[in-house]
Ligand binder design. Structure first.
Ligand SMILES: [Ca+2]
Length: 113
């Protein structure tokens, strides 16, 4: 691949999320603790851009809601999809200009928040 960025290599935080299928914790995804757990929040701006490019699967330059839903699977193939509630909360937190998708700058700001 030569991208110099391997999201599944970042750590097992996604697996932690997967291993709690308990309905009580279904809406437990917390992007802040996740970014810090996988170490993304301490990565360079360049690495965060590379991570963004991986999550932006259709290369539209934005993370749309369907890509956000599958967000955890970029880190672990066996990770669960985010619930609608989690996806909407995540989108709301990242989409500062309100266009319904997360751009690279918005993503970087979210990771560093
Ligand atoms: Ca996209």
């Amino acid at each position: 691949m030569g991208m110099g960025m391997c999201l599944p290599c970042l750590g097992g935080a996604a697996d932690d999320v997967v291993e709690t299928p308990d309905p009580v914790t279904a809406d437990s995804f917390d992007y802040k603790s996740f970014f810090s757990k996988v170490g993304l929040s301490s990565k360079s701006a360049d690495d965060i851009k590379k991570a963004f490019a991986i999550i932006d699967q259709d290369k539209s330059g934005f993370i749309e809601e369907d890509e956000l839903k599958l967000f955890l699977q970029n880190f672990s193939a066996s990770a669960r999809v985010l619930t609608d509630k989690e996806t909407k909360a995540f989108m709301k937190a990242g989409d500062t200009d309100g266009d319904g998708k997360i751009g690279a700058d918005e993503f970087a700001a979210l990771v560093k928040s």
